[in-house]
Ligand binder design. Sequence first.
Ligand SMILES: [Zn+2]
Length: 341
Amino acid sequence: MTDTSRSLGEIEQDIVKINETLATISEVRSALKDFTSLVLQETKGPNYVHAFGDRLNHVKRGLNRLAAESEVLKGGLSYAQVAANKTYHWPTIKNAVENNAAAEERRQAENNAGRPKDPCLVIKKNTDQALKQLSHVVLEKKSLSTTPNYITTQINEWLAHEKPNHVEISVHFNKPECDTVSGSSCSFTVTVLKALTATLEVDYYRASDTITFHRYEVNSSTNRPPHQEQPLVFQKLNVLADMAFQDMSVLPAREAISSILHWIASYYNLFTEPCFRCHRRLQFDSPHYKYLPPMVRTWIRRKVDYMEPDREMPQAYTTAGIAYHMLCFVAATKVASKVAQ
Ligand SMILES: [Zn+2]
C-alpha cells in the first residue's frame, strides 16, 4: 500500500467515521441545549448542583469525543484532498452538512429567540474550569460516607491484588482524593514502564456508584522536550482511550477502576507485540499517521448496539488485552458492516 492509495474498504471506514462524527455533533448540540436550558431556568431546585454537574459532564464528554473523532478523520480527509473528486464528492457532502447545520440553527433560533447567540464557544471555553470548580466543591462538614477515599482505596487494592505480575506499573497521585458534593474526586498518573503514561481526572459518584473520567491524556513514558509535539502514536491512542473510557464508565465504580487499570497495564508491550490479526508490527495507517505499531489493546465490551442479537460477539470484544492495528481491529470487529445496512 502506498501513501496515495486507499481501498474501498478504507473509504467505507472513513464514511463510517464521518457519520459517527456528524452524529456526535448532533449529540453535543442537544447536550448543550439541555445544559443551557437548565442554566437559564428560573427556579433552581434542590437537585440543581447535581444536575448542573451531570449535564456539564455530558457536554464535556461530547466535546472530548468530538476532538478524538476529528483526530481519526485526519487520515481520511488528507487522502481526500489528494484523491479529491474521484471518491468523495465534496460539494454534495458540504451541501448536506451546511443544510443540516442551517436547519439546526433555525430550530435553535426558534427555541431560543432572544437568547445569546453561540453559547457553544463560551461553554467550551469555560467547561474545564467550571467542571473543576464544581467537582472540587469540598463539603463543609465531613460526609458520612462509609468509604472515604473510595478511588484511592480501589487503586491501592488493584495494585496489591489484581495487578498482572509481569507488568511494571506505578500510580502517582497528582492531587490527593477529596470529597465533593456527590462523592469524591482525584487526579493520578499511571506509568507503564517503557510504554506510556496515562493521566486521569476521575470523579466518583456515591449515589449511583459510578465513575466519570472527565479528563485523560495518554503520553509517552519517556520525557520529551516541552515544545515537541506529542508522538503520533499517542495522539491516536487518545482516540481509542475515549472509546474505552466511555464503555467503562457505565460499569459499577469498582469494576470501572479495575477495568481501566487493566486496560492501561495491557499496553506494557505497546512497541513489541505483533498484531493478532496480521502478525506484523508496523502497518501503514494513513497519510497523517504513517506507520503505527498495533496500538489497540482490547477490552471486554458489554453491548454493541448495532450488532445483530443472534450474532456471536467477535473475539476482539470478548477477550481483553489482544493487540491489533487500528485498521485490523476495525476489520476484526466488522464495523464496516454498519455501512452495508
Ligand atoms: Zn494488523
